[in-house]
Write a protein that binds this ligand. Sequence first.
Ligand code: ZN
Length: 174
Amino acid sequence: MEYIEEKKMAHESGNNNYRKIAFYAVLAVLIIIFLQWKYQVFFSPDKECLSIDGSKLMLESHGKIKMHIHPELKIKINGKNIEIPASIGITNTGMNAIHMHTLDGVIHVEAPCVRDFTLGDFFEVWGKSFDSEHILEHTVNETSKLKMLVNGRENNEFERLVLKDKDEIEIIYE
Ligand SMILES: [Zn+2]
């Protein structure tokens, strides 16, 4: 008799534990749903797009595009125009947010969120050097200088320049 009572009690306290766990589980789920709905704590469609390095953002084939700009880039080394490959940012596995389609120097920047991309991000995607002292395989020295023009005006931001629609960027090394 005593044994049965004990067993019953154990069973009931087991039930209570189960109810407690279920209660907290439901509460946790509700809190998660609320935080996500109110503050997008766990997942935001823009979160990754906003936080990832500008050169590493890849486009999903059917993803929505919220940003699409076309700055233009010319590179002149010792008086000669350098051809910028049309394949930059395009691989078998996908397309980078920063990419080219043509040989006319038009940079395509397409992203699922509106954010900053820099000229340095473009060179990162290309896999070439660029800063105030380097352009491609060339380095500034006593005889050769590097300057950058944005819409005809000299600009000292170099790789930190934030890309803007229809900006005409010229990098001149001579
Ligand atoms: Zn485009």
